[in-house]
Design a binder for this molecule. Sequence first.
Ligand code: GUN
Length: 287
Amino acid sequence: MGAQLIDGKLISTQIKDELKEKTDKLVAEGKRVPTLAVILVGADPASQVYVRNKKKACEYIGYKSLSYELDEHITQDELLELIDKLNKDEEVDGILVQMPVPKHIDDKAVIEAIDPGKDVDGFHPMNVGALCTGEKGFVSCTPAGIIQLLKRSNVDISGKECVIVGRSNIVGKPMMMLMLRENATVTVTHSRTKDIAEVCKRADILIVAIGKARFVTKDFVKEGAVVIDVGINRNAETGKLCGDVAFDEVSEIASMITPVPGGVGPMTIAMLMNNCFEAYEMHEANR
Ligand code: GUN
């Protein structure tokens, strides 16, 4: 393999350790610590794992976490009431509702109910709008994590050709805005893009978030490109995780590449923890 591995596990641990150090300092000064409220509706096994990992990250850093595990039949009004209570609670800095919620609940109504100043996922339209206009606000954790991966691996972004594969609200679109903010020339490709391999081949930095195992093969990648794989796909036969990039062949021609697992995945939680600290600082400054 020719490419250098971008180690998301290591970089995410560095970020969590930086936050732990700041939190330890708060404790030593007898101050309140950042508090994250995590809401899970229903018992989806993947969501349970994500929620458990978020609570574990809080424990590791020293944040307080409040956990609400709600029956899948809870009404939308009951969920909105809980969010309202947490919005008003001055001890709570961040509120996160694990997605997806059951079908009878309108996820848009849930996201819009969260106080934008506590929306550590960066999903609220106020935060999405702030990202577009370059104002302060919370940024969706996975794209924010990718920027950290690139910066902490000394990848120059300014002036580079960046191609993003996938246009979701939580990865592709905010990724586009963040790369633009870093002065990249950005192209977003998707399922209707003609000659997607040709477009991807222009990229100095290729970011793939399309949710299809091994979608990006070596024919999509320019020699020496930096390849970021956001995919998490489970192989039905082997049970092993694999990304949206055919790692074995692409790592032969890329200059740097993220593995799956251990690349982008751990960064999402690290950035969530970072957003919680920012929320805390904002709330303390406004007291
Ligand atoms: N489900 C999948 N990814 C996410 C995420 O980043 N935040 C929340 N709240 N739910 C998710």
